[in-house]
Design a protein around this ligand. Structure first.
Ligand code: AMP
Ligand code: ZN
Length: 562
C-alpha cells in the first residue's frame, strides 16, 4: 500500500504534475470531441434519414466508431452519413489510438521509469550507519575483498563516479553511492566519519585526493593502494595510514617462488626474529625424499610448517614425500636459513629466471631478483615506459621462436606475468610442455584463472585479487599476521588462559581447531620453532600458529574465549 502511495505521489510533483495537467486538458478535448460527434450524429440521422436517436446512443455510436470497434448495429445509409462516419473513424484513430497512448508513454511512463532507475541509487547512507568500510574503486581486488566482508557480515559501501557502473553494481545487490570523488559532500553522504576504514583503490592522484578530502573531515583510517612505490610518502603525507604497493609485493611473491637460490631471498614475512620463507623443492637435495629422510630440521634447525603442491596447502607429517614441484613453507631464524643456503649448495648467480611480461609486476620481480643477484631475462612485446634500468627482449612471448631465440632452454625458473590471463595460461601450458622440470610461477589477474593456471602446469600461482584482498583484510582486522596466499596465514596469539600448564599434545589444538603451532615466543629469549608435542605451554608465552581463516576463527572462538 505504502509503495503504491509513494509511486502515486510521484505524479503529483514537479514536471509530472505539469504533465498531468496537460493530460487532463487533452482528455477534456476528447470528451468535447465525442460530445460534438454525438450531437452531429443525432442531427444527421434526423435530417438525412428521419431516424431519431437519444444523446446516449449518439455518444455510444461516436465511441464505437472512434475506437474502430464499429459494432455495425447503428449505421448510416446515405453518402453524407458515410463521409461523416469515415471522418469520425480517422479522427478517432489519430486522437484516441495514436496521440493518447504516445502522450501517456512519453509524458508519464518513460519519465516514471527513468525516475525509478535513478532512484535505485541512494543519495546517502542512512544516518545511523557506522562501522562500515568505504571502498573507492571496484576491480578484481576490491571484489575479492567485498567477498570477505560479506562472509564476515561487515557492512560496506562502494563509492563510484560512473553512473552506469553504479547501477550495474546495485543490480548485483551491492550498496553503492555515486558521485564526484573530489566532492566533500559525497564523503558526508557515505558517513565517512563513522566508518571503520576507508579503502582507496583508484589511480595514485585520485587516491591522494581521497586521502586529503577524508582528512579534512575526520580521522577514519585509510588504506591506499599505490601504483608507483615512489608515491608511498606522498600518500602518507596526504593522510593514508597504510600504503600498499601491490605490484611490488606481487613481483616479490612471484620472484621468491621462482628461484631456489639463496634461501634468505625467500623470506615472505617475519615475526620478530622468526622468519617465514617459501622455497621450491626443485633443485634442492630434498627432492623425492620423505620429510624425515630429508632431515631439514636436524641439518638446519628450520621447521617445515607447510607444503604447497599445485595450489593446495597441507601441514606435512614425517612421511610426507617432498615432490619436485612442491614448495616448502619454512620457519626459522636468519642463521638457520643461512645454513639451508649452504646445504642447497646453489649460488644465486648459477640460476636463470625468465620473466615473461615486463610491466609493473614483472619489473618488480626483476628488481627483487637483481637485488638477490639472481640472473634473469625479461621478455615483453612493448617497452615499459616507467623502467629504464632493465634490458628487455622485445617480442610476443606467445610466438614460439621469440622464447626459443631468447634462450628459454637455459632457464631454470620462469615467471609468467602478463596482464592477460589467457596469454598467461597459454604461456604456462606451452612452457610446461617444452620444459617439464622448470620452476614455473604464474600470475592470475582474475580469480577464475587460478585454477586454470594450475591445470596448465604452474607450480605456484600468485593471484592479484586474493593477495590484494588478503592484505586489505589483514589491515582491516589489525591482524599481526603474515599473508602467505589465499587460504593460509601465519598469525600470532597470546597463550589462552585455558591452555596454561598443558603440553602441546594435551592441548589438542590441532584436532580442535586445525591450526598448528609454528613456534612459541617466550617473553624473553629466542623463539622455539616447531616445538615437540611434549613441550609445556608456560604462562605469558605467545603462540605463532598457521592455519586457514576458518581455523583461525575457530581458535578465537573455541580456545581463546573458552
Ligand atoms: P603489468 O600489468 O603492468 O604487469 O603489465 C603486463 C605486461 O605484459 C605489459 O608490459 C605487456 O606489454 C606485457 N604483455 C602482455 N601480453 C604479452 C605477450 N603476449 N608477450 C609479451 N608481453 C606481453
Ligand atoms: Zn624494469
Amino acid at each position: 500500500m505504502k509503495t503504491i502511495a509513494v509511486e502515486l505521489a510521484y505524479f503529483l510533483r514537479g514536471r509530472a504534475r505539469q504533465n498531468l495537467k496537460v493530460l487532463m486538458l487533452y482528455c477534456a478535448f476528447l470528451v468535447a470531441m465525442i460530445l460534438i460527434y454525438a450531437l452531429l450524429f443525432r442531427s444527421l440521422m434526423w435530417n438525412l434519414e428521419g431516424r431519431e436517436f437519444s444523446l446516449i446512443a449518439g455518444i455510444y455510436w461516436a465511441i464505437t466508431v472512434m475506437t474502430t470497434l464499429g459494432f455495425g448495429d447503428i449505421t448510416f445509409h446515405t453518402d453524407l452519413g458515410y463521409i461523416f462516419a469515415a471522418v469520425v473513424t480517422v479522427s478517432g484513430v489519430i486522437f484516441l489510438l495514436i496521440i493518447l497512448p504516445f502522450g501517456l508513454i512519453s509524458l508519464f511512463l518513460a519519465p516514471w521509469i527513468e525516475h525509478r532507475l535513478r532512484n535505485r541509487l541512494a543519495a546517502e547512507l542512512p544516518k545511523e550507519t557506522s562501522g562500515h568500510v568505504v571502498i573507492f574503486g571496484i576491480d578484481a581486488i576490491t571484489r575479492a575483498f567485498i567477498g570477505k566482508l560479506q562472509a564476515r557480515h561487515i557492512p560496506f559501501v562502494i563509492v563510484i563516479s560512473d553512473h552506469d557502473e553504479a547501477l550495474r553494481l546495485v543490480d548485483e545487490g551491492l550498496r553503492v553511492i555515486c558521485g564526484s570523488l573530489t566532492d566533500a559532500s559525497l564523503l558526508t553522504a557515505v558517513r565517512v566519519a563513522a566508518a571503520r576504514y576507508v579503502v582507496a583503490n583508484l589511480s595514485d592522484p585520485e587516491n591522494a585526493t581521497i586521502c586529503l578530502t577524508v582528512r579534512s573531515l575526520c580521522q577514519t583510517p585509510i588504506a591506499s593502494f599505490i601504483d608507483d612505490p615512489e608515491h608511498g610518502n606522498l600518500l602518507r603525507q596526504a593522510g593514508a595510514n597504510q600504503v600498499i604497493a601491490l605490484h611490488k609485493i606481487l613481483g616479490r611473491y612471484l620472484a621468491i617462488r621462482s628461484t631456489t637460490c639463496g634461501a634468505l631471498a625467500h623470506v615472505l614475512d617475519s615475526f620478530g626474529d622468526l622468519l617465514i620463507a617459501e622455497i621450491p623443492v626443485h633443485g634442492t637435495p630434498f627432492s623425492g625424499e620423505t620429510l624425515e629422510n630429508a632431515g631439514i630440521r636436524q641439518r638446519t634447525g628450520l621447521a617445515v610448517i607447510g607444503i604447497w603442491e599445485r595450489g593446495s596447502f597441507m601441514v606435512p607429517t614425517r612421511d610426507t614425500q617432498l615432490k619436485d614441484h612442491a614448495l616448502l613453507v619454512l620457519a626459522g631464524s636468519r642463521a638457520q636459513l643461512e645454513s639451508l643456503e649452504q646445504l642447497t649448495g646453489e649460488r644465486a648467480k648459477d640460476d636463470l629466471v625468465f620473466i615473461l611480461g615486463h610491466g609493473r609486476i614483472g619489473c618488480a620481480a626483476a628488481t627483487f631478483l637483481e637485488r638477490k643477484s639472481v640472473p634473469f631475462i625479461l621478455v615483453d612485446r612493448s617497452e615499459n615506459p616507467s623502467c629504464t634500468e632493465h634490458i628487455t627482449i622485445y617480442g610476443d612471448a606467445t610466438i614460439r621462436h621469440v622464447l626459443k631465440d631468447a634462450g628459454i632452454d637455459q632457464a631454470r625458473g620462469l615467471i609468467v606475468t602478463t596482464n592477460d590471463d589467457s596469454t598467461n595460461i597459454f604461456l604456462t601450458l606451452a612452457s610446461r610442455q617444452l620444459l617439464p622440470h622448470i620452476r614455473l610461477v604464474a600470475r592470475a589477474n582474475r580469480e577464475e584463472a587460478v585454477e586454470q593456471l594450475y591445470r596448465a602446469g604452474a607450480d605456484f600461482v600468485v593471484s592479484n585479487a586474493s593477495v590484494g584482498a588478503g592484505i586489505l583484510f589483514n589491515i582491516l582486522e589489525s591482524k599481526a599476521s603474515a599473508f602467505l596466499t589465499e587460504g593460509v596465514s601465519v598469525f600470532r596469539r597470546p597463550l589462552p588462559e585455558s591452555l596454561v600448564g598443558q603440553t602441546i599434545a594435551d592441548s589438542q589444538l590441532r584436532p580442535r581447531t586445525g591450526c598448528s603451532i609454528v613456534a612459541l615466543e617466550p617473553t624473553h629469549g629466542d623463539s622455539l620453532v616447531s616445538p615437540p608435542p611434549d613441550t609445556r605451554l608456560e604462562k605469558g608465552i605467545t603462540l605463532i600458529l598457521i592455519g586457514t581463516p576458518a581455523q583461525e576463527e575457530l581458535f578465537d572462538t573455541a580456545i581463546r574465549d573458552h
